[in-house]
Design a protein around this ligand. Structure first.
Ligand code: ADP
Ligand code: ZN
Length: 309
């Protein structure tokens, strides 16, 4: 009997890391959560978990989904490392290299790209080729899948930092340490708190600070619709999932912003499906790491088959 290969996935987050041993969402064998502390300590703790799984089961491949920015250029000296992060101590930490001694194929991408792949494989983007997954939480992350592959150029996309036009009369400078009033600097959870002087979770739905959040997210999605032409936009993260009224407002504002241009009529016809919450919720990140493992395994199988030919 041929068994489905067991895959290990690690989501390395800013506050916690989640390790999964699974073949997919319906077959999760083990789950370990660890607090993210100093890099050496955190990576050693994850390595210990993976080694134990490797001894007890046969792990076919590993996926690592990390908070970015990450160097994803295989020709770069820093490939597989965290680069240019504001997170203290993590600058230039070689994530990928910490796991190569496990001797299995390793897939590596950002946490949001991985979550996008998981939504494509098992969630709200099943059957779609090109779509985006946006998380509005501690930051704004955009995972972009084009024809089944996560978007690559110089590295990965960082569309959460796109600049957006401001609402007339809004002059708050935003809190992105790099850009001030980019989308993340205006509409992430910490930005909302800095702007309103109150935690986003405590702000009543009628608070005026939400107007800027709605405007910013609609403008961000306007730009994504026109630049990336995604077949769907999946939006999760603590800010959107914690404010059930928000997505309906952003949907309306997006349509107004598109002004009937280009694909607007198609989007209007399926608006609730087009701009939609994720299906995998909290598990999207770690399952995304499992999806990366799956991809690494099939890449390795293909390479082996090519060598035999
Ligand atoms: P992360 O982005 O770190 O993975 P989350 O997606 O859970 O984590 O987002 C955390 C952010 O969500 C925090 O900045 C917090 O302010 C915000 N948040 C949490 N609950 C709510 C809520 N009910 N309404 C609005 N914002 C919320
Ligand atoms: Zn920014």
């Amino acid at each position: 009997m041929s068994e489905v290969p067991l895959l290990a996935g690690v989501e390395l987050g800013g506050t916690k890391c989640v390790c999964l041993l699974a073949s997919g969402p319906a077959d999760i064998r083990e789950e370990v959560r660890l607090a993210t502390s100093a890099p050496g300590e955190t990576l050693t703790a994850i390595h210990t978990v993976l080694e134990a799984w490797q001894r007890r089961h046969s792990v076919a491949a590993l996926g690592v989904a990390g908070f970015g920015p990450l160097d994803l250029d295989p020709t770069s000296a820093k490939y597989g490392a965290v680069i240019g992060t504001p997170k203290r101590g993590w600058e230039d930490v070689a994530l990928l290299r910490s796991f190569t001694d496990l001797g299995v194929p390793v897939g590596f991408d950002t946490d949001v790209n991985a979550a996008a792949l998981a939504e494509g494989q098992w969630g709200r983007a099943r059957g779609l080729e090109s779509y985006v997954y946006v998380t509005v939480g501690t930051g704004i992350g955009v995972g972009t899948v084009i024809r089944g592959q996560t978007l690559r150029g110089l590295g990965h996309s960082e569309a959460g930092h796109l600049r957006v036009p401001r609402l007339p009369a809004e002059t708050w400078r935003g809190n992105c340490p790099f850009h001030g009033d980019c989308a993340e600097g205006l509409a992430s959870g910490p930005a909302i708190e800095a702007h309103a002087g109150m935690a986003a979770a405590q702000l009543p739905p009628e608070h005026p600070a939400w107007n800027e959040v709605v405007h910013t997210l609609a403008a961000l999605f306007h730009n994504l619709v026109l630049a990336v032409v995604p077949q769907r936009i999946i939006v999760g993260g603590g800010v959107v999932s914690g404010q059930p009224q928000l997505l309906a407002r952003v949907r309306r504002a997006l349509l107004v912003s598109l002004g009937g241009y280009a694909h607007a009529a198609r989007i209007a016809a399926e608006l609730e499906d087009y701009l939609t919450p994720p299906a995998l919720g909290e598990r999207a990140g770690p399952l995304g790491a499992v999806a990366l493992a799956q991809q690494a395994l099939s890449d390795a199988d293909e390479a082996a088959a090519a060598r035999r030919r």
